[in-house]
Design a protein around this ligand. Sequence first.
Ligand code: NDP
Length: 448
Amino acid sequence: MSYVDEVFDMVVAKNPAQPEFHQAVKEVLESLRVVIEANEEQYRKDALLERLVTPERQLLFRVPWVDDKGQVQVNNGFRVQFNSAIGPYKGGLRLHPSVNLGIIKFLGFEQIFKNSLTGLPIGGGKGGSDFDPKGKSDREVMAFCQSFITELHKYIGADTDVPAGDIGTGGREIGFMYGQYKRLTGLYEGVLTGKGLTYGGSLARTEATGYGLLYLTEEMLKCNGKDIAGKTVAISGSGNVAIYAAQKAQQLGAKVVTVSDSTGWIYDPEGIDVALLKEVKEVKRARLTEYAAARKSAEYHEKKNGEHGVWTVKCDVALPCATQNELDLEDAKALVANGCFAVAEGANMPTTMEATEYLQKNGVLFCPGKAANAGGVATSALEMSQNSERLSWTFEEVDSKLKTIMVNIFHNLDDAAKKYGMAGNYVAGANIAGFLKVAEAMTAQGIV
Ligand code: NDP
């Protein structure tokens, strides 16, 4: 049996009931096969792959807090510190009822390669909780965040592990967490990113993942003789990534016709009104029904079981920006049938493996999340730099660095795919380019 297959079997045997983690490992190892086989003897001897798929540290903890009725609630807290070969652990905190250890491990594993691709000195980690901020009062969210950080603060720090936002963790949650960290440690340090602008946050961090997704998509299209201007774009999600992806797509001259949330989706043939979307989602924290009520051209569709409506709409470019496995084989077939020629992942692993293969086989340009959404973590690393030098850069300065990083990421993965005989396979290119740097650093640092 090949080394890659042996390690994958070991991952499944040692991590039962973690399908998302298995899926992420499989996708990465499959596309690394050619690189691993070229160095198999050395990697085997060093157990490099076994070490790569085993987190350096996994923290699981109780998060007790008191709700507005005086009832004590208990959630599970997680932080997986996956790999620190190239820098301190870095990765977001997801707050969503679906969160479990397998999901945090898949996200942490992906983060290793994503962070490596940015070219910045950051290792891979991820965390979160099965706490659901939806429908909770500000006081309840604060009580949860304070309890969460009271335990987690023992294991994080500006030079060890720097968490950030993710699904369910936005500026409000990061603020409460930062306040509690400072109170417990007495340190005013860049331990979290995604902070508010009045206390160490970076301009353009809010926009970074969505903007970065479009900078990379624009470059991918350009290198394939196409232009984003004038194209019709389908986006899923209506959170941080989706909103700023829609905004930048429209600034670049494209028309965004869909957004979605967990209960329904919008088709707006005149183009999504981003200001209205922000009002509904960022200010009122309301459902998309409110968007439809305020805009004549918008159709609202309730999400039915098993349907992911936005992918049935005719579009040139699809940007999945909600959550994992939201674009399956049926969706991929619908996209191809409707003439979609490019898919770039704003979310982490939103496309199933079968759907990815179908899109690639049908000539659709496909860029995986670990490259396409790396603008968020890259700008988080820029926030860390600003915190270290006690300075704040202008919006234009950060945005221009972000654009340079995204264009470089695309060329790195494009070059890696070509070098290993898989031109145009950006999944393989991203995994190979991300892996080589981490593998070299791990090898140089000995058996740790
Ligand atoms: P938000 O919480 O701001 O938004 C998430 C969006 O996805 C919401 O519209 C939400 O709908 C929808 N959604 C979440 N879970 C589900 C689900 N199970 N089924 C259907 N819809 C769902 O999160 P972000 O925009 O920050 O994150 C979106 C994705 O991007 C995630 O995969 C995240 O890991 C990834 N990402 C985020 C980065 C960032 O900087 N924020 C950086 C890199 C990747 P509803 O409001 O109804 O819950």
